[in-house]
Design a protein around this ligand. Structure first.
Ligand code: SF4
Ligand code: F3S
Ligand code: FES
Length: 248
């Protein structure tokens, strides 16, 4: 059934902007992205939105809906009262390009700082072998769609621009953890995760886990185990001695 939806959408660019009110006809069963597309088609042809799959799989349509980081294509209008005004704003942690589109290149820079897996020698028959249980352990982290909603919500960078230089953020902590769990990888990322990626700045608020559309247990399965491994390394007597004499 069709009804008139009241929307408040942030319009502007890097120099500033404001919330603008619209009323648009929508139907039950539609999502916020449908409503914005209808706005584009009927009233605001220049409204900038980033999207691609409309199926919750490309991670492009991230924004804040009534202040909560969400995918616009996966947020059903039926989640809201029909009389309610739905407010859509760009992700706050990243610089605005225009309207609802933000510049997420911060994340690409953090991705570049992460060493790839470097595999150890092959077995005598030329093959490499991994236990199925080791493959499965990090499978959850590979479902990440790089929507960066977890990065957006994390207060370490959301409220403190200065921290961005020293903090990779939850999306990359799961990547650190994933690679660290790789049974054939020879890198030890623990020092890097703690120092360059700022793992110690995470105080386990779990907001990242709450907004992840893939339901990845970012805090419990990646960040906390990674923190534990960093602590193990710190109190490893050989590492302690090496630090003392300047070898490690
Ligand atoms: Fe998005 Fe979840 Fe990946 Fe973060 S971990 S980028 S919230 S899919
Ligand atoms: Fe940020 Fe998630 Fe830690 S929201 S503070 S990275 S638990
Ligand atoms: Fe691809 Fe929303 S358009 S996740």
């Amino acid at each position: 059934m069709a009804y008139d939806l009241k929307m408040r959408v942030w319009r502007g660019d890097a120099d500033g902007g404001e919330l603008t009110d619209y009323t648009v006809q929508v139907s039950d069963g539609e999502v916020v992205l449908d409503a914005l597309h209808r706005l584009q088609a009927t009233q605001t042809g220049d409204l900038a939105i980033r999207w691609n799959c409309k199926a919750g799989k490309c991670g492009s349509c991230s924004a804040e809906i009534n202040g909560r980081p969400r995918l616009m294509c996966m947020t059903r209008l039926s989640d809201f009262d029909q009389a309610e005004t739905i407010t859509v704003t760009p992700m706050r942690t990243f610089p605005v390009i225009r309207d609802l589109v933000t510049d997420v290149s911060f994340n690409y820079e953090k991705a570049k700082q992460l060493p790839y897996a470097e595999l150890g020698p092959r077995d005598a028959d030329g093959k490499r072998r991994m236990m199925q249980v080791d493959v499965e352990r990090s499978q959850e982290f590979r479902t990440c769609i790089e929507c960066y909603l977890c990065q957006d919500v994390c207060h370490v960078v959301r409220d403190h621009e200065d921290n961005k230089q020293h903090f990779a953020g939850p999306r990359f902590f799961i990547r650190y953890a994933e690679l660290d769990m790789h049974p054939l990888d020879t890198h030890d990322r623990r020092a890097l995760a703690q120092d360059a990626a700022g793992l110690g700045m995470c105080n386990i608020t779990k907001c990242c886990t709450e907004v992840c559309p893939e339901g990845i247990h970012i805090t419990d399965n990646a960040i906390i185990p990674m923190k534990e491994r960093v602590v193990d390394r710190k109190y490893d007597p050989l590492v302690w001695l090496g630090n003392k004499i300047g070898l490690r």
